[in-house]
Design a protein around this ligand. Structure first.
Ligand SMILES: *Cc1c(COP(=O)(O)O)cnc(C)c1O
Length: 410
């Protein structure tokens, strides 16, 4: 008999994006002439910058010559990329992270899920609500939760509500937790964490022996100089935090795949017998055993993100999306909608007008304006009554979407 992992059966069947897809497909079948604009899924739309493509082309040519051909590379990533990351993303900001604390991978989605391999099953886990669903579902899959209730909340997880009432600042948990997922700039709310907020979390983790899993996938969208880009900008964070970064959103790598995880060498967890244990060798072992490295070609492309040309080109991509976010934000505010985020992040999070639920507003927007967004309740019970719009789109679509949106609600 082959037994399955029964924990998978606890996963909620009507997962957010398939349900959106089902409703959009049905609408399109019934309204074949409607020009639907999708501001739903968070995927980039602008092409890969030339500096990155040129580096990839050159790497392909190297692979075609016997003298420069490469087979398996180091599982943790090539030195040239790990050095460039350490220098440009951390040391340049006064953060002492070294190249061998960086693990290059094919995505932060995978890393934030895979990290659970090296942590005990009995950890108390905290997530914000609303939240990036990957953190929750991977905890369900690995058996760290009970069943979901009617709001989609899993028994055993600690949910930290982030709403307009608390200014989208995650409150410290009432009873102790061991692993804490934080994502800033935040998906889905588009809000950021100040130095003071992050310091509170670092202090909490230090006092409680917890580890923070910090997802900084949208760090490049921070424009406010007071907002930290890395959790390691907070004193003491290297003892208590793992940071996830990705080239997906800043450099357009969603289809190309490259990301990295930072595991400081001084970070320690606790063994079942209560002894301190280093996390770095565990993640190194996990990564080398289950992963065989990112393609050389892709890593050369990622390295080019840090060249002078690459930096210029990705800055203009980010500025483009942030301008989209501004147009969405201001366009909605001008018709009296309460809007959050969208300043240091490519997501706008809005309060649904009147008393409508997230899904009611989804249907109304689709029917009347042929616009697709993401219902806030799909990201967690506390997302009910909110709605996410993504700034990843063409300028024409953003302008058209704002006009249509205004016509529906005014
Ligand atoms: C897009 C995104 C990522 C990046 O995922 P990749 O697998 O690197 O493409 C990570 N975290 C969040 C919250 C995201 O929205």
């Amino acid at each position: 008999m082959a037994f399955i992992n029964d924990h998978y059966l606890k996963l909620k069947a009507g997962y957010l994006f398939p349900e959106i897809g089902r409703r959009v497909n049905k609408f399109c079948e019934e309204n074949p002439n409607a020009a639907v604009i999708k501001l739903g899924i968070g995927d980039v739309t602008e092409p890969l910058p030339t500096a990155i493509r040129e580096a990839m082309h050159a790497a392909i040519d190297e692979m075609g010559e016997a003298g420069s051909f490469r087979g398996y590379g180091p599982e943790q990533g090539y030195g040239f990329l790990r050095e460039a990351i350490a220098k440009n993303d951390f040391q340049s900001r006064g953060v002492d992270i070294s190249a061998d604390e960086i693990f290059v991978s094919d995505g932060s989605k995978c890393d934030t899920g895979n990290i659970l391999d090296i942590f005990g099953a009995n950890n108390k886990v905290a997530v914000t609500d609303p939240v990036y669903p990957v953190y929750v579902d991977t905890n369900v899959m690995t058996g760290r939760t009970g069943a979901a209730d009617e709001n989609g909340r899993y028994a055993g997880l600690t949910y930290l509500p982030v709403t307009a009432e608390n200014n989208f600042v995650a409150p410290l948990p009432e009873s102790p937790v061991d692993l804490i997922y934080l994502c800033y700039p935040n998906n889905p709310t588009g809000t950021v964490a100040t130095k003071e907020t992050l310091k509170q979390w670092v202090d909490y983790a230090r006092a409680n022996g917890s580890i923070i899993l910090f997802d900084a996938a949208y760090e490049a969208f921070i424009t406010d100089p007071e907002i930290p880009h890395s959790i390691y900008e907070i004193e003491g964070a290297k003892d208590v935090a793992i940071e996830f970064r990705s080239f997906s959103k800043n450099a357009g790598f969603t289809g190309t795949r490259c990301a990295f995880t930072v595991v400081p060498k001084q970070l320690k967890g606790t063994t079942a017998s209560g002894e301190p244990a280093e996390i770095h060798p565990l993640w190194n072992r996990r990564h080398c055993t289950k992963f065989n490295g990112v393609s050389y070609i892709i890593q050369k492309g990622a390295e080019a993100v840090y060249s002078e040309q690459g930096q210029e080109q990705i800055q203009s991509l980010i500025a483009f999306y942030l301008e989209n976010a501004r147009l969405l934000r201001e366009g909605l505010e001008s018709v009296g909608i309460s809007v959050y985020g969208g300043v240091n992040a490519p997501y706008v999070w809005l309060k649904t007008p009147g008393e409508s639920t997230s899904w009611e507003f989804f249907d109304e927007l689709l029917q009347k304006a042929h616009l697709v967004g993401t219902p806030g309740s799909g990201f967690g019970a506390s997302g009910e009554g909110y709605f996410r719009l993504s700034a990843f789109n063409t300028r024409n679509n953003i302008n058209e979407a704002v006009t249509r949106f205004q016509n529906v609600v005014s």
